[in-house]
Design a protein around this ligand. Structure first.
Ligand SMILES: Nc1ncnc2c1ncn2[C@@H]1O[C@H](COP(=O)(O)OP(=O)(O)O)[C@@H](O)[C@H]1O
Ligand SMILES: [Mg+2]
Length: 316
């Protein structure tokens, strides 16, 4: 049984008859990091809107932990699968950032104290302390995006879906957010699903990749498997990430260098190609970039529960 599965999912918007999703079979497992790539209009956002029941398939099905989404379980599904929209203006609307983040948990029917704890915890997770009392509609795009993510995290989903989360962020913002998202599966047992146009991020932050094109899934595999398929990438208007592209160009010129996809592997490949020892690695820094005092969960097989962020908080 998969955490999330679509079976031959088809969809078209009522405004036009053309299918926007065509027989989509999408699977996400526990603690996986999944990237969905494809040109504008491929259907990525439409697919995401099916995964927490905002849209219903015209045919086929969406299964959450093996169960189809129904009126009876939609509330549970929304708690389980959190979706951060592509445009934060669709998500952020309260008078203050703090109220905005509290909105979701309140709607789950949680008591005030629990809501306050959750707000505090995600505010520090996403480094929003200075923005708490600000009006969301006065924030910059990147700030709004972080508020939108905080609002969804405050509902403590197990699956976090983010539609183009790094679009519009500055380089520091991209670095921080990608580090943050990367840490969620290991630290909290999250499954993270996101769309992006930034292919260079993919080897660093995806276990599996789906390629979408004109409403269909045209490719699926590990980043390495996907980035070996030139035709597939060309059809989806995708570039090879810079590092493997450079290494492949050198290999084509007869340079003896091993293929690599991540920055660290590429560094090793280059050192080797120059006849040097790999650079000794510093101990990996805490991958949660905001430097916070989150409770670490070392028991990775333990189911993610609502208390993972604040185990000191027994009720709820
Ligand atoms: N609300 C909508 N009403 C009608 N058509 C839509 C709507 N949203 C998206 N579409 C159309 O559906 C197709 C897929 O869009 P979308 O899922 O947003 O793709 P992507 O996220 O990959 O860019 C596009 O042709 C788009 O114009
Ligand atoms: Mg989209």
């Amino acid at each position: 049984m998969h955490l999330i599965e679509t079976r031959d999912l088809c969809y078209s918007y009522s405004t036009s008859k053309a299918p926007v999703l065509n027989n989509i079979n999408f699977i996400a497992g526990r603690k996986q990091r999944i990237a969905v790539l494809g040109p504008n209009g491929a259907g990525k956002s439409t697919l995401f809107r099916h995964l927490n029941g905002i849209l219903q398939p015209k045919s086929g099905s969406v299964l959450i932990k093996g169960e189809p989404i129904t009126k009876a379980n939609i509330h549970e599904v929304r708690k389980f699968v959190g979706l951060v929209f592509q445009n934060p203006d669709d998500q952020v609307f309260s008078t203050t950032v703090e109220q905005d983040i509290a909105f979701g948990p309140y709607n789950l029917g949680l008591d005030e104290e629990t809501v306050a704890h959750r707000v505090d915890s995600v505010v520090s997770m996403l480094g929003l302390e200075d923005l708490r009392d600000r009006a969301p509609h006065h924030l910059s795009g990147g700030e709004k995006k972080r508020v939108a993510i905080a609002g969804v995290l405050a509902m403590e989903p197990q699956v976090l879906i983010l539609d183009e989360p790094t679009a519009g962020l500055d380089p520091q913002g991209v670095k921080e957010l990608s580090g943050f998202l990367n840490a969620l599966p290991e630290k909290f047992g999250f499954t993270v699903i996101y769309s992006t146009h930034q292919v260079d991020l993919v080897p660093e932050m995806a276990d599996f990749v789906y390629i979408m094109e004109k409403g269909e899934i045209t490719g699926y595999g590990t980043p390495k498997e996907i980035f070996l398929q030139d035709d597939l990438l060309a059809r989806a208007h995708l570039e090879l990430p810079a590092l493997p592209k450079l290494i492949r160009a050198l290999q084509a010129q007869g340079v003896d260098i091993e293929s690599a996809y991540t920055y660290q592997d590429a560094e090793d490949s280059f050192m080797k190609a120059f006849g040097k020892q790999p650079i000794p690695r510093k101990k990996v820094e805490d991958p949660l970039p905001y430097g916070l005092d989150l409770p670490h969960t070392h028991d990775h097989d333990h189911e993610h529960t609502a208390d993972h962020y604040h185990h000191h908080h027994p009720h709820q």
